[in-house]
Design a binder for this molecule. Sequence first.
Ligand code: PRX
Length: 712
Amino acid sequence: MTIQTDEVMKAAQEVEVSESQIAVHWREEEYFVPPAKFIGQANASDPSIFDRFTEEKFPECFREYADLLSWDTYWHTTLDTSNAPFWKWFVGGRLNASYNCVDRHLAKYRNKAAFIWVPEPEDQVTQAITYQELYKRINEFAALLRDFCGLKQGDRITFHLPMVPDLPVSMLACARLGVIHSEVFGGFSGAACGGRIADSKSTVLVTMDAYYRNGELLDHKVKAEEAIAEAEKQGQKVDKVLVWRRHAGKYSSKTEMVKGRDFFVDELLADYKGKIVEPVSMPAEAPLFLMYTSGTTAKPKGAQHSTGGYLSYVAGTSKYYQDIHPEDTYWCFADIGWITGHSYIVYGPLTLAATSVMYEGVPTYPDAGRPWRIAERLGVNIFHTAPTTIRMLRKLGPDEPKKYNYHFKHMTTVGEPIEPEVWRWYYQSVGKQEAVIVDTWWQTENGGFLGSTLPALQPMKPGSCGPGVLGIYPVILDEEGKPVPKGSTKAGNICIRNPWPGIFQTVYGDPDRFVSTYYAKYNKKKDSKDWHDWPYFAGDGALQAEDGYYRILGRVDDVINVAGHRLGTKELESAAITVEEIAEAAAVPVIDELRGRAVEMYIALKPGQKPSKQVEEKVSGAIERLIGKVARPKNIWIVPDMPKTRSGKIMRRVIAGISNFTSPGDITTLANPEIVETIRQQVQSEKVKRGETPRELTAKELEEIKAFGKAE
Ligand code: PRX
């Protein structure tokens, strides 16, 4: 790591890095070609596949994905654009997602493992759940949801479940009934879960008493109490809490079970043993699930995904981009609480009758060799994870992979940009130079991949996701909506010109926000029913190299991507100002070697309040309570005042510059420019003391910091 010298800092302050300069600074990486052994067995190894997905063949090209599913009624219209941009896919078709993931595989794969679940404690037994067993468990739980909870098609239900098999069982039971599930990441706080219960108007919460994390059995049910209180505060009453138990028959939470409200699932299931529930034939356009994600306002958005379009898209991309065959042992090391887990642990792999591995705990427990022991033991041959995990494993156990006798044919990286250096370690050490890598770029809202190389047919380039995937036609637009010339390596806003089956249907309960956030920016004809008029605004900066490959630069809105988790600045700030001593709060990203970005929080106190460690602790505590541990700031700076414009807006880019030891940019328009130097001295001298001076930032990182706060 090089420490930033005065000279570099001075240069950073003087040089305004232009968009085109980013490209100049960005070294072109060399290609890596897919191994012949991989090509020989790949699902997509014939280049004619590209002809099938050219723009002239759109939207009918997506028939190929839909035909991977079993339909009760075949659709009559592939894409209906009459209510643009609320696209409808496979209209007239009917199907059931649970049937497609499980029932239809029984004849051939009854006794093949659908999931292999690895508990975090290494002395606990790994469980293989066959398709037959999964089928039984889903049916029994579906019967319970229907007959005990009275849930039916179109109702919403919230899960707050960790990485246990009960989670996919719960999801697929809902899918069987047409009940819309909304899983909240287990690491999120009770309050965050409560907000999502209220927004989705769920009357039932499914949770768990406890789960293992880093060697500890964490009390999880305690969060249900907070969730219910928060939901009630927001006007939503929860009638029933279904509690799965981590250890059968043993309750591992300190909270009391509330009579008439809380029920142990294992006890209730006794009444539903052997019950079979017919899968409900759902219209292709019926919502399958909600997945909440952060945006520029404090309120998370419920991305609503469809049944037919979503399932087709994850089936198709799992087949061609994850290269899943029924014979593979596929391990996506993500949490099902995120979209990656929904699409590429549960729905995608199961539609293809794969064996999907689930791991309960943290990657480095009890040591950095754990993932490789699991891979060796289970014969995993496809591995899928995020740059954060790769960075952590590289830091804590760079030589661990070679100690284990596993062999991957395919690996994925997802969720954040990956540094070429980290990519190379992944390729050489984790993949043992035998595996292809796909760097898949996409978002919660998208259902499945948007940018990636097709593994057997396109070479890999570290740090670039590749071109648009089959049937996705991206474009980079400037602020005025003019396309940046193709392959020009000029940065701009990456958009997708066309609809695709996996795109979410709406923001739950807020169609205006759906249009204004994702489509309004570049739509010129509001009433147009032609999809060409509605480019999808992804909210990411990107550039395209001459070879057509995209390099994703990161968010252009005020979202901070911490270890692959999207945190909205407004969400963080709203949580901080619940602390009574605080007048104002501003969250900014700071470059972090392990987690990609970390959050720093600037705080201004109310008159008469004094800075103290206790106030800092209160702020951290509030953020952890209202959002979750993942959002805990790296540093909290209590400052005398915030740099503000004359109209009173906090200039986040200025403090982001200070936190990252880069230029705060132009401060002449501030109402209080003198405060900048005061804050700079306070923050940077403390950071030097703590050994937090950053390495020299790349041009891309400098650009990101400079642009922070632009979305306001
Ligand atoms: O900024 C992009 C980044 O993650 C954002 C989406 O986050 P989320 O909705 O939580 O979904 C993550 C998993 C799909 C994007 O807007 N991102 C995602 N994948 C990549 C990426 N940035 C660079 N490279 C990627 N492969």
